[in-house]
Design a protein around this ligand. Sequence first.
Ligand code: GLU
Length: 417
Amino acid sequence: MVKLYETVMAQFDQAADLMELDPEIRKILSYTTNEIVVNFPVVMDDGCIQMFTGYRVQHNNVLGPYKGGLRFHPQVDIDEVRALAAWMTWKTAIAGIPYGGAKGGIEMRPWDHSPAELEAITRRFTFALGANIGPEYDIPAPDVNTNPQIMAWILDTYLQMMPPLERNRATHVVTGKPVESGGSPGRYKATGQGLVDVLEVWAKDYGFALDGATYIIQGYGNVGSWAARLLEPLGPVLVGVEDHSGALLNPEGFDPDELAQYVDAEGRIQGYPAGAAVDHRTFFGTEADFFVPAALENQITAETAPWLNVRLVVEGANGPTDCDGDRILQERGILLIPDVLANAGGVIVSYFEWLQNKRSEFWDLEETDIRLKKQIVGAYHRVRDAVERYDCSWRTGAYIVALARLEQVYKERGIFP
Ligand code: GLU
């Protein structure tokens, strides 16, 4: 299996070659800055101790504080976190927000733990990270299998470690918090909202009719389910969905809200009555207008890319397409809107949450949604301009936007000493 960080570097090299990125800056951006690995003990409900391994990789902070989510998943390892951290650096640069890139997580099976154990694991991980995170330094957020509740525990633990005098100045140490604990309205759905905003403007520009279009989604968690719910009013029909429990097809179309309620209650799509169960291969081969991978990385590969029967892929997940997958999609004329643009809505609204906390402000949902749309459509236009100028794929165009911004800042500042 190709290492995920090698995928990032192959994508990076393609863009760096095409734009003729300064070779000195290329050296810097090929490395992560800090890699923190912590092993920590947690007392389980039965009184026994279990050891956990957690990671925080800080890729780059030349544009602002390190920023990126934390995931709880058995697949988390240093290679995955490195790759995800680098993608955050590109994503925040493309989005035009003053952040660098980081990512972290714990190698664990969250579904095997009670709420009390999850809380203890989260708090102990936050304690272990200590001063490696901070409101002006490195700001975590939700990702796979983490949520506002987990962010509230991180916040609370971090604040306990601070002198009382400073606690109210530090609520922006983490974003994606529950609204009552300083979160932003609209953050919860923001990644799906941003994906829909980008798809809508892309569809308009390229004459792709969304009303009546059919689509399939892989992953019905935060990103997938919100994308589906927010696409509903624009008229596309969700004809297939897959998650870790299996795949379902329904040519008549699923009701995205009802399916989301089912998944909230059951934790999986399996058993949802309004669809026929199919295997992975059949799901991938479903004839539809577009596909939204919104689960994990390495899903569209040399094996699966030839199966796809769609015109467009919109990446809700980070890294769902590997380099072979990318090449095959291009050869087959299947268009792709890349993760670092399509799923940037989450970190954009994280930035809004951070601003609100710093300024003791509270924006309403309408204001957040308007600002998100403006920010992500701005990013879309920057990427579209690069795609036209360099006559390249949207992934390479997106990288060029990010790398050009980072290159400019390095040149302005120089390298210490
Ligand atoms: N985990 C999300 C991502 O991959 C959001 C990160 C954030 O809000 O900092 O973009």
